[in-house]
Design a protein around this ligand. Structure first.
Ligand code: EPZ
Length: 414
């Protein structure tokens, strides 16, 4: 329950990145002893991932923000759909399990409903490395009878998940692998750095990743990168309420496109020590046309939060979504608050209004849910937001963190 209309002011420390720790947990399967992953956020997607590791027989210990994964007990190569359906990230277990055990049977993954989310690139990558794969109605059944071998792979699209699976499969494969048109997202950089710390031989130059297969990997201690999407969400929320925010432990280099849009909207944005400072103007200016794209472009995950911020800016913003088929299911709920929004195919056109009003709405997906919270914080009156389990997948204690910035927001029911 959010009572809007208050400026957000204060400081926050950014959590470790969900989309980095999930593949790091898969990678920890590949090593011969324990790994300690630091800066692990408290999220339901993290819980789901750790549950999968335990179901596979791995030891998992969690102490505050550090998770120790011991892969020595691994005794299974199957993950039932009841576990994989909770999140898309479960697909990344495929490459790791196949590399480690020579087989993997995993239930089809779940995740946010963002339109069609095919798995063809994942399968194609693994097939090129020697996997045999059968797809049934609800599972992917993979074997690599002669082990995995290196390959020259050119991705049709720089898919984050398919790049992760390729790296995980290649790191202990026989021979060399080159991944062209690889995803250049910072989370991939984190995965390669962790695997190299474990003894992997990976050269990651952004769109090309070269991997020299090694025979074994040892565990290591690794701190996950800051969550750039959590950072973008809080910055946009502060901007939408005319507030000011200092985000500690944020990485400006990973947020270049987001910070550029915030500056175009009239915010002062500065980089101080290991953080980002934002001061919003009295009224935001619409940033004009923004097109989402793979990194280093404007991230698709920040499109929905931007639409909520644009709903109170002066002028018209056009957000073109180029990565997913449907990232605009939250627009109807934004309209219910008085936002002047229309959708034309893959473009959302948002004309800012002076004030949004309160409304009771439901989260449609993780980032659409974040947009609902931003809009409620910027609106007059009291809003109730439902289906907040979507938020808990990607934002740690969102109500406590916004409250610490002066927002009136409480969790009424789980
Ligand atoms: C990752 O999803 C992230 N999830 C997403 O974050 C993020 O939006 C996305 O990358 C893009 O940055 C995790 O890291 C767990 P993709 P992923 O494979 O790997 C198509 C969030 O809000 N495609 O790069 O699933 C696909 O349909 C989430 O935190 C194929 O066609 O994204 C989409 O149009 C949501 N075939 C495009 O590529 C395939 O085999 C990008 O998907 C795979 C993907």
């Amino acid at each position: 329950m959010v009572t809007g209309g208050r400026r957000l002011e204060g400081r926050l420390t950014v959590q470790g990145a969900k989309n980095s720790v999930l593949p790091l947990f898969c990678a920890a399967l590949l090593t011969r002893d324990e790994s300690m992953i630091e800066h692990v956020p408290a999220l339901s997607d993290v819980d789901a991932s750790l549950e999968i590791l335990q179901a596979l027989g791995c030891g998992v210990r969690r102490q505050n923000k550090t998770v120790t994964v011991d892969p020595r007990g691994l005794n299974d190569s199957g993950i039932p759909r009841v576990l994989t359906k909770k999140m898309r990230g479960s697909l990344t277990f495929l490459g790791a399990l196949l590399a480690k055990t020579g087989k993997a049977t995993i239930g089809l993954p779940g995740g946010c409903p963002l339109g069609q989310r095919p798995v063809d690139l994942h399968l194609s990558v693994l097939r090129q490395m020697g996997a045999h794969i059968r797809v049934t109605e609800d599972a992917l059944i993979c074997t690599a009878p002669r082990g995995l071998h290196g390959a020259r792979i050119k991705l049709r699209f720089p898919s984050v998940g398919a790049t992760e699976n390729a790296v995980l499969a290649a790191v202990t494969a026989k021979g060399d692998t080159v991944i062209e048109n690889a995803a250049a997202e910072p989370e991939i950089r984190d995965l390669c750095r962790y695997l190299n710390a474990c003894g992997g031989r990976i050269k990651n130059s952004g769109s090309v990743i070269r991997v020299r297969g090694v025979s074994t990997l040892s565990g290591s201690r690794f701190a996950a990168m800051p969550d750039r999407m959590e950072a973008a969400t809080y910055l946009m929320a502060a901007a939408a309420t005319g507030g000011s925010l200092y985000l500690q432990h944020a990485c400006p280099r990973d947020l270049t496109a987001v910070l550029a849009v915030l500056r175009q909207s009239g915010c002062q944005v500065g980089v101080i020590r290991d953080g980002i400072f934002l001061q919003a103007p009295e009224r935001l200016t619409a940033p004009g046309k923004v097109k989402t794209a793979p990194h280093p472009g404007f991230p698709t995950d920040a499109g929905a939060p931007l639409s909520a911020m644009a709903a109170v800016a002066n002028g018209e913003t056009e957000i073109e979504e180029t990565v997913f088929e449907n990232r605009f299911s939250h627009l109807a709920a934004l309209k219910a608050r008085g936002a002047a929004v229309r959708q034309e195919g893959r473009r959302a056109i948002v004309r800012g209004v002076d004030r949004l009003h309160a409304a009771d709405v439901t989260c449609t997906d993780l980032r659409g849910g974040a947009a609902m919270v931003i809009a409620a914080l910027a609106a007059n009156g009291c809003s109730v937001i439902g289906a907040i389990e979507h938020l808990d997948r990607g934002y740690t204690a969102i109500e406590q963190r916004f409250s610490s910035l002066g927002a009136s927001i409480v969790r009424v029911r789980e």
